[in-house]
Design a protein around this ligand. Sequence first.
Ligand SMILES: [Zn+2]
Length: 178
Amino acid sequence: MNTTFVQGGLRGGPVDALTTPADLDRWIEEHAEAFPRELIERATDRATTFHVEEFRRLREALRELSRACTAEEPYDEQPVTVVNRDARLAVSWPELGHSGAPGPVVRWVEADPHLILLGMVAVSGVELLAGPRRHEVRACAAPGCILYFVKSHRRREWCTPGCGNRVRVARHHDRRRS
Ligand SMILES: [Zn+2]
């Protein structure tokens, strides 16, 4: 969800860091530790524009659901359908290993490793937006920022320390001006 953001605060502009297959490859590489190693090892083929479109659709759905979540509104049917359909791509089961290794070996119903990764992102979205931590989802309060975050401690107000600093600097300037 944080692959689209505003750079430069109120005078800045929107940045989309997930528009090309190379962007998606980079994202997977940077987040490899969040996924099972055997899956990352299988996802050696480059991502395609089809994969990018699917990840972008899921991102939009998760952003809309996060918005509804922070506004304490019910979730709309359309983004719910997108997330639920994608979550099915993560279906897996364990198997006993062959040739002496006890296993377990994880198998997935879906053959395309990029779509399995998409499914796992959707599952983590379900776990967040339907779980107890949904009450801790926040929209960043910094002016111009469009990111959401999970409130990790009581006083947290910003998505990143960068946004917090930006707000503190702006307040300082306002005080000096007045
Ligand atoms: Zn922010």
